[in-house]
Design a binder for this molecule. Structure first.
Ligand code: SAM
Length: 218
């Protein structure tokens, strides 16, 4: 069972009937900074794009971007924002209703995958599947960018804590990953003070390697 009940899609559908608490009208600043430090290769895929601000930000920087979310209302909200964009930016982005746990069904490969508060929605067994799916659609040398909660809340229906140790344990050279950087950052919301969060930039290797590679910085 998901952390969000037997029907997580219904849970998120209900959240989007009002302004979602994570919808700050802009990308998470720490994610934007990470993308500035490690510029993504195109095309970029945004997992659980919500109302689309990170996709729009990347398109305005000149990237080709696809944002996917399984909530139709979120995708419609995102598409409605396209009208305010320049023709150049509008021509670079797409939004699609899709399940981000079934990325191979998209039938496309990507130069980068961005994940702004998506991975932390899932318990560890589901994250195994998510990482396999990401690996299946990411070009070698492409990067996976994460921004997740690094705090545990003792209430139901909230994301889980993601630690630097978990990221190091999952994204190993033996499994075909190289961690470029892990940072302690903040999660901003519309409804509460900033919360502790973690950001990472993780490169997909051309092939699994026997030895673990060092992390650039923690
Ligand atoms: C915490 S919100 C983050 C939204 C956006 N990335 C942001 O930073 O504002 C998580 C998003 O993931 C979406 N989501 C959850 N599970 C999903 C799934 N299996 N496939 C696609 N989208 C999903 C939710 O609908 C929601 O929009």
């Amino acid at each position: 069972m998901s952390r969000f009940g037997p029907d997580p899609q219904a849970f998120f559908n209900a959240v989007y009937q009002a302004a979602a608490p994570w919808d700050i009208g802009a990308p998470q600043p720490a994610m934007a900074a990470l993308l500035g430090k490690y510029p993504p290769a195109d095309p970029v895929l945004d997992l659980g794009c919500g109302s689309g601000d990170l996709v729009i930000y990347l398109a305005q920087l000149g990237h080709r971007v696809l944002g996917i979310d399984f909530v139709e209302t979120a995708v419609e909200d995102a598409r409605a924002k396209i009208r305010a964009l320049s023709p150049e930016a509008a021509g670079l982005l797409r939004f699609q209703a899709a399940d981000a746990l079934e990325l191979s069904r998209l039938g496309e490969k990507f130069g980068a995958v961005v994940d702004s508060d998506f991975y932390h929605l899932f318990d560890p067994d589901q994250c195994d599947r998510l990482i396999d799916e990401i690996a299946s659609i990411l070009h070698p040398k492409g990067c996976y960018y994460m921004h997740e909660f690094d705090i545990a809340f003792p209430v139901p229906n909230v994301p889980r804590q993601v630690s630097a140790d978990e990221i190091r344990a999952r994204f190993t050279a033996e499994r075909g990953w190289r961690i470029r950087e892990i940072q302690s950052v903040e999660f901003l919301s519309r409804i509460a003070d900033p919360a502790p969060a973690i950001c990472a930039c993780i490169e997909r290797l051309a092939a699994p390697q026997a030895n673990s590679s060092p992390i650039d910085q923690v």
